[in-house]
Design a protein around this ligand. Structure first.
Ligand SMILES: [Zn+2]
Length: 411
């Protein structure tokens, strides 16, 4: 027997959170800022009003818990984040948090007590804008903090260790934020798609098949700087044409050849970067993303082959260095089915799709089975003030989240 979420309350709360940290350029709730803290205080209040007991863990995550009827069972976790990128949108992260709280509130209104305890987790610094360390809170819960997290320093020189107490955390006790697999039953996250697939296809619900992997390469092209007026074309060792052809090759590898899903050249450093000097050196940043690690490996082979050909043809030295890669995180088949069944219970059509963006779910998946529900982003726009999801789609997503929780509780 199902329980209905309160769509008006959901959208009111989403709108209210969207007023906190908003200016002419968008949402400015960058993690650890006073605006982020104001947003955190607002959702903490909503959690208490929904009947959750609220605590802050050592990573500054806000955790609200509702007891279940069977004290021996592990908790089912619903979560997302309330921090934003600078000048970001109103729905990224916020929808997942507000919907999770609404799910608990609706169960309390029904009233309906589940067998499992339910925890709502609001994760610290998902975006990683602060300290350049993303998924900070969810990685602490999964026990995935690294040396770089403990040593993290913000652009203003503040250390993470010094700032974490501002939101109630403590990096010297970070182990206490870690959860054991036997404490958790599963993790469910509702999020906006942040891409165009659902909106263009007219699907209200997306079942996420996996979270994309990402491979990053630094390409160093060394030729010879020389006078742009006196050096004949045939005698040049110009690093720029090789760099331009790398950019075209990356587009071809992901585009025409479809070796992997997407590929981007997002940065280029030209030396000496003067209009009257032939570039002696160009450094190029390349990334590929795909849900299959084999595809990323195949893209790397193609990139290295192209670089070797170009080095020969352009008479330059090209070094391709693989940077740190983020592995893809597949969503288990039974967890995908849970979301598909939950959409069916709500009478909503769904489509399966990969997540092209990273999410807290990929960290939490290391400690408990995770699933994600996507709802449409109008025009596929995200990380921008024009980010928008209709109130109806937000309510649909929250209802599917609630249905998934009921199904998981009954398993
Ligand atoms: Zn997000």
């Amino acid at each position: 027997m199902t329980v209905a979420i309160n769509a008006a309350r959901l959208n009111d709360h989403l709108t209210a959170l969207g007023q906190i940290g908003r200016d002419d350029l968008g949402m400015q709730r960058v993690a650890f800022s006073h605006l982020d803290i104001a947003g955190r205080n607002y959702v903490s209040g909503l959690m208490r009003a929904a009947g959750l007991s609220v605590r802050i863990d050592a990573a500054g995550n806000i955790i609200g818990r509702a007891a279940g009827s069977d004290p021996s069972l592990p908790a089912i976790v619903l979560g997302s984040h309330t921090d934003t990128v600078p000048s970001g949108g109103q729905y990224d992260g916020a929808l997942g948090v507000i919907a999770a709280i609404e799910v608990v509130h609706a169960l309390r209104d029904a009233p309906r007590t589940l067998r499992h305890p339910v925890e709502v987790m609001v994760f610290t610094n998902e975006e990683g804008t602060s300290f350049h360390r993303w998924l900070l809170g969810s990685r602490a819960v999964a026990g995935l903090w690294e040396a770089e997290d403990f040593a993290a320093v913000a652009d203003d020189g503040a250390t993470l260790a010094a700032r974490l107490p501002d939101i109630g955390g403590n990096s010297s006790r970070i182990e206490q934020a870690r959860r054991r697999p036997d404490e958790l039953a599963c993790y469910l996250e509702l999020h906006i798609e942040q891409g165009p697939t659902l909106h263009r296809g007219g699907f209200p619900i997306g079942v996420v098949t996996g979270i994309t992997g990402r491979s990053v390469y630094h390409i160093d092209i060394v030729g010879e700087a020389n006078h742009a007026g006196t050096t004949p074309m045939a005698l040049r060792r110009d690093a720029m044409p090789a760099a331009a052809q790398i950019a075209l090759a990356v587009r071809r590898i992901a585009g025409e050849m479809e070796v992997c899903r997407v590929g981007t050249v997002g940065s280029m450093d030209v030396h000496p970067n003067a209009g009257n000097v032939i570039p002696g050196r160009v450094q190029v940043g390349v990334e590929f993303r795909d849900e299959r690690m084999e595809s990323l490996a195949a893209a790397e082979v193609e990139l290295r082959r192209t670089a070797a050909e170009l080095a020969h043809a352009e008479q330059v030295a090209i070094t391709v260095t693989a940077q740190r890669n983020t592995p893809s995180v597949p969503i288990a088949g039974n967890m995908q089915q849970l979301i598909a069944d939950a959409a069916g219970m709500a009478g909503l059509a769904h489509v399966s799709l990969p997540s092209g963006a990273g999410h807290d779910a990929q960290a939490i998946a290391a400690v408990t089975p995770a699933a994600m529900v996507f709802v449409p982003s109008v025009g596929g726009i995200s990380h921008a003030p024009a980010e928008y999801t209709t109130p109806e789609d937000c309510a649909n997503g929250a209802q599917v989240l609630l249905n998934a929780l009921l199904l998981a509780d009954a398993r």
